[in-house]
Ligand binder design. Sequence first.
Ligand code: SAM
Ligand code: DTB
Ligand code: SF4
Length: 392
Amino acid sequence: MLSSPRRRASTFQQAVAATSPRTTWTRDEISDVYNQPLMELASAAGNVHRRFHKPSAVQLCTLMNIKTGGCTEDCSYCAQSSRYSTGLEATRLSTVNSVLEAAKIAKENGSNRFCMGAAWRDMKGRKRGMQNIIEMIKGVRAMGMEACVTLGSEYYQKPFSLRLDWKSLISHILVLDKEQARQLKEAGLTAYNHNLDTSREHYPKIITTRSYDERLQTIENVREAGIHVCSGGILGLGEVPETDHVGLIHTLATLPEHPESFPVNKLVPIKGTPMFGQEAVKLEDLVRCIATARLVMPATIIRLAAGRVTMPESEQMLCFMAGANAIFTGEKMLTTDCNGWEEDKAMFSRWGLEPLQTDASKVTVDSSSVHRQIVSEDQRGRTAGEQLQAQG
Ligand code: SAM
Ligand code: DTB
Ligand code: SF4
């Protein structure tokens, strides 16, 4: 259904005037925002960004692949799926020491979030792995950095009554589910990354071994455990930007709480995967997506994630101006290259950017979300309310 120009203007103006996040967006409203003239959209997003965040502050996160390859899933973009011949060698879970050494280097280079990724479908039956991951999280937090993990669907159980075969009964007994989430939270985990990747409609063309609802269930479980949700998508999977980017943003912006962070990945084409050879996302679609996310999820951190290494600095700056405020930095993403620390330091100095100081050490391991909120508001500069007060 097309909206009248009058309604279009008012939805956009409401988004521009927001002083707090709102989770009641309709898909049409988000589409209205998305379809504003790009200059208007990007400039409005920049203004909202300034109301909710310190404009010069960009969070530096460093990734480490703690378990490479050999994954049973069929995500059609991924170098680590065992279904495709990508030439990647599978490894076992990294040792706690090697992870903490890498985290130390990240910290020395100014990163304040360390994100550990494992090529797993889920954590089912991984008791030993879990113990090691808990040690990794504790070690990263003890260094005063935020800790994030991405380990697949953290846990998922189909309704018990639907599957009463032996296999599912056994898996019910083996799965640690909520207990795992509780342990991750207790270890001090700051955030759990689990991307929806694309819209619900486009999703079945990309992944068939895990459903969209399983992803949403994982996100819900993470949120309920009191862990920050980091969830975003990949652009350039053959989707239609006007419908699929809007669909992805709409799903995330209407969750009971907006994700704490929204990673925007540009597809890194991996030879051997079905997505290799897809047309790259256009810069205008990338900026439109970031600006729309900034307007409809104003308090969320928007992370310019995979594919940044292919973007000229000028393109990256357009993204920051439209509301992006985090990056992955360091030697590697998971299996592909990342912009190194030195390159990013030079870019920060040229453009007057500074690392977002979240002083993760202030966030105690068992802190309540209220305390976390206070600290994060404190860190991101003035809150929306304070800004408005200051403007009189
Ligand atoms: N196995 C876990 C999972 O799928 O949740 C964690 C690791 S997985 C590699 C993390 C995310 O990286 C994916 O959900 C996807 O959004 C992103 N990703 C993976 N390969 C990518 C690629 N070639 N280009 C862009 N993003 C990619
Ligand atoms: C996210 O959204 N992007 C990161 C992180 N979360 C785990 C991963 C990007 C992977 C890029 C392709 C690769 O290096 O294999
Ligand atoms: Fe496995 Fe994650 Fe890659 Fe999918 S994205 S194949 S779940 S590692």
